[in-house]
Design a protein around this ligand. Structure first.
Ligand SMILES: [Zn+2]
Length: 402
């Protein structure tokens, strides 16, 4: 067995362990974090948790090699999306091998990348590294990249200037240099209940919400029609959709409440808030119209999440590094989905997305990863070790928190 094959085999063992921890975002990831801490400790590598405010979840940071500038961050999220209601052929929490593929929740998104980093620990620990390799594992990526800000703040505070952040989301081991941002809002319309025949005695929250929803429908069509034809994104330009609507209790009651959630996805450089100016004006009008009739009625808008877009960097250090490690000479690529890359970039770090597995498998029932992807990931980690032992003068940056 070649050393790359050995690394891939070990990574599959670790992946099997990682998938066994049900780290659906709504639940704690601390058991998985404890497992990673034990793996690190076995090679004498210190790590530290960056917990969420409630203490129920944690990010994990570890540094292998000298505490010197010019290090690389291997970044990944530990949480996975739910399996509820999905038709799985085999147990989603048990890695199952069929036809050269490994099935299980998180195999592509993105526990294989974590497994490769963990499997490579003895190589990292034994190598005469000139610059450090940092592990940065986060929680709550799948529910709006909520854990990463605490992780990034701690990295910026505690680690010498960093050359590159490699975010190991599934990209078929190709460098992805940009992604859209997401802003999502929850809108609560409160009306006044009455018998549905007595429309003059109440105010239907549903009917008021429809005014706002039809505004958003028009806006989504306008955004699609006005997209820059030269945009590298698919779909081009900003997109908007209403993911959830809950309103009313019965056909013969004027609805007391209607709640809906929408998300707006924007290309780098777009101002999400400015795109929504007209919507907020509509909210003000609907709110005032309700309010003048019944004091307790109205519209409340809350922002649920804000994931910054990730823009291709001119001559980006991280992109060049990932391309060299993955042997990728392809064209510039961008992704329509959002990840933590925009957050690392916003903090000042040169960043790229590159990891094993396919985004097409992510979030699906019977999620899988091709074993060949793990093998390519193993080769990537081996080249990373070599690169970090070279005397490469890489520009490094100290990140800025918040
Ligand atoms: Zn992911």
């Amino acid at each position: 067995m070649s050393s790359t094959e050995q690394l891939a085999t070990r990574a599959i063992e670790v992946l099997t362990d990682l998938v066994g921890f049900d780290t659906t975002s709504r639940d704690s990831n601390l058991e998985l974090i404890g497992y990673v801490e034990r793996q690190l400790a076995a090679y004498g590598i210190a790590s530290r948790r960056v917990p969420n405010p409630e203490g129920t979840k944690a990010n994990l940071i570890a540094t292998i090699g000298p505490m010197a500038p010019g290090g690389v961050v291997l970044s990944g999220h530990t949480d996975v999306v739910p399996v509820d209601g999905q038709p799985w052929t085999s147990d989603p929490w048990v890695v199952t091998r069929r036809d050269g593929k490994l099935y299980g929740r998180g195999t592509s998104d993105m526990k294989s990348f974590l497994a490769l980093a963990i499997a490579a620990l003895p190589r990292f620990a034994d190598a005469p590294l000139k610059r450090p390799i940092h592990l940065a594992f986060s929680y709550d990526e799948e529910v709006g990249c909520l854990g990463a800000p605490f992780l990034i703040e701690e990295l910026a505070r505690s680690v010498p200037p960093i050359a590159a952040v490699l975010v190991g989301e599934p990209t078929d081991m190709q460098a992805i240099s940009g992604h859209k941002g997401i802003t999502s809002y929850k809108v609560t319309v409160t009306g006044h209940e009455a018998h549905s025949s007595l429309t003059h005695m109440g105010a239907s929250a549903n009917m008021a919400a429809i005014r706002l929803l039809s505004y958003l429908l028009g806006l989504s069509e306008h955004l699609a029609a006005s997209a820059d034809p030269a945009s590298p994104f698919v779909p081009r330009g900003a997109s908007l959709t209403v993911g959830q609507i809950n309103g009313g209790t019965a056909v013969n009651i004027l609805a007391r409440e209607c709640v809906f959630i929408f998300d707006l996805r924007t290309e780098p450089g777009m101002d999400a808030r400015a795109l929504l100016n007209g919507f907020f004006e509509e909210v003000r009008l609907v709110d005032a119209a309700l309010n003048t009739r019944f004091a307790h009625t109205g519209v409340v808008v809350e922002r649920r999440s804000l994931t910054p877009a990730f823009a291709p960097e001119d001559g980006g250090v991280a992109e060049a590094m990932a391309r060299r490690l993955a042997g990728d000479n392809g064209p510039l690529r961008v992704a329509p989905y959002a990840a933590e890359a925009g957050q690392f970039q916003a903090a000042g770090f040169s960043t790229v997305i590159c990891g094993p597995g396919s985004i097409d498998q992510a979030h699906q029932p019977d999620e899988f990863i091709e074993i060949s992807q793990i093998e390519r990931g193993a080769a990537f980690m081996e080249r990373l070790v070599e690169m970090m032992c070279e005397d490469l003068p890489l520009p490094a940056r100290r990140g800025e928190a918040g």
